[in-house]
Design a protein around this ligand. Structure first.
Ligand SMILES: NC(=O)c1ccc[n+]([C@@H]2O[C@H](COP(=O)([O-])OP(=O)(O)OC[C@H]3O[C@@H](n4cnc5c(N)ncnc54)[C@H](O)[C@@H]3O)[C@@H](O)[C@H]2O)c1
Ligand SMILES: [Zn+2]
Length: 362
């Protein structure tokens, strides 16, 4: 069992990782006994894990109800949010009640935002069930929904009271979703931990075979790293949290140009990290051998590292300026100095950026 403490100024919390951790957690009992809980999840996760989570909450002394919404990003909207708030009301939730976010990043973000806003804020518990949610979205307190005008445009910083991660639930997650989570895992190695990057290179077989011990270690390290960044820059004010965006400005542009159809987020981030690495080699100090190690690892994990021809590099370049993180029309790119350390680069030459994109188009 891994226990990670997230030490925030106002209110810290624990992340518990291990087989059976959801049903066997003492901390869960302490939090929920004698209270009402509303479990918010999606239609897929509800079928597979809804019953056991309800049972666990009952054993922990809580009175609970579960509300599933249709699975997928398209449900992360005002309509679902509004419905959930009204259901919270009808379920009789008061300020002592808790919201349980069960599922991937979509239920996590929506349920977190319900928790942040219902009666001006309820405690909530994250039970992430995708690799992406385990290593990324369940830690850090960003909650919210999409608008037709753009993704994640409405939300709040609202930290959970507890995060419970049972890596065994990954056995039912589709392989493509696992690969997408792995792109974010590789990202942590590049931005802040060379030793962890080597661990991934050495444990390829365990990763591919879905070995539980390997995943337990990967998830724990990623949570530690994310917690470190979040504690240093809880509300994205000092700029430190921006390093988590490595590969994302390029990746979001790939998602935009391909109209969110061809590549899943993690796949676009994988391609984006290749573009960022190329640029770092071109205009910065990243050694080509290191860019090669990143390329090889992503490839070995089954992630895309090239873009289909048919997509014009100039379109990607243009789309990069629509990113939320662009300040005053200037790109702020996270580029590696070496594996384990990145810098924010504000003065990349347009011709270098174009070249870095072109190198990925086959
Ligand atoms: N808050 C943050 O800091 C943060 C960070 C990164 C991403 N996000 C958000 O996360 C979302 C993406 O999250 P996601 O990739 O987890 O998507 P998701 O929640 O839609 O889950 C992906 C799919 O996997 C299914 N699923 C989940 N767990 C399963 C399991 N154990 N077994 C079988 N099927 C399972 C879901 O039903 C869904 O169909 C995006 O909306 C993104 O904006 C938020
Ligand atoms: Zn991402």
């Amino acid at each position: 069992m891994h226990k990670i403490k997230v030490n925030l100024k106002e209110r810290g919390y624990d992340i518990l990782i291990g087989k059976g951790i959801v049903s066997g957690s003492r901390t869960l009992k302490d939090l929920v006994a004698g209270r009402r809980c509303l479990v918010i999840t999606d239609s897929n996760v509800s079928k597979i894990y809804g019953l056991s989570v309800l049972r666990t909450l009952k054993n922990a002394g809580a009175e609970s109800e579960i509300i599933p919404f249709k699975a997928g990003e398209s449900s992360k909207n005002l309509e679902t949010y509004g419905k959930l708030l009204r259901q919270a009301c009808r379920a009789g939730l008061d300020r002592s009640s808790l919201i349980v976010a069960l599922g991937g990043g979509v239920p996590g973000d929506v349920a977190g935002f319900v928790a942040a806003s219902y009666m001006r804020g309820l405690n909530f518990i994250q039970i992430p069930t995708t690799l992406l949610a385990m290593v990324d979205s369940s830690v850090g307190g960003k909650t919210g929904i999409d608008l037709p005008e753009g993704k994640n445009l409405v939300g709040a910083f609202w930290q959970p009271s507890l995060v419970l991660i049972d890596p065994t639930v990954l056995t039912t997650l589709p392989k493509r979703e696992i690969r997408c989570g792995l792109a974010e895992v590789v990202k942590y190695g590049i931005i802040m931990d060379e030793k962890f990057f080597s661990f991934l290179e050495k444990n390829l077989n365990g990763i591919k075979r879905m070995e539980q011990k390997t995943y337990g270690e990967i998830i724990a390290r990623c949570c530690e790293l994310k917690a470190k960044v979040v504690c240093a820059d809880e509300r994205e004010t000092t700029g430190l949290r921006a390093i988590l965006n490595y590969g994302h400005t390029f990746g979001h542009a790939v998602e935009t140009v391909t109209e969110y159809g061809k590549y899943a987020h993690g796949e676009a981030v994988s391609i984006g990290m290749c573009m960022a690495a190329n640029l770092a080699v071109l205009n910065h100090k990243f050694a080509p051998e290191m860019a090669m190690r990143q390329f090889d690892l992503l490839n070995a994990l089954g992630l895309p590292t090239t873009l289909d021809s048919g997509i014009k590099p100039a379109q990607i370049y243009k789309a990069m300026f629509k990113d939320k993180k662009v300040a005053n029309g200037k790109l702020r790119l996270v580029l590696p100095d070496r594996i384990g350390k990145v810098s924010i680069v504000k003065d990349a030459k347009p011709e270098d950026v174009m070249r870095a994109i072109e190198e990925v188009v086959v």
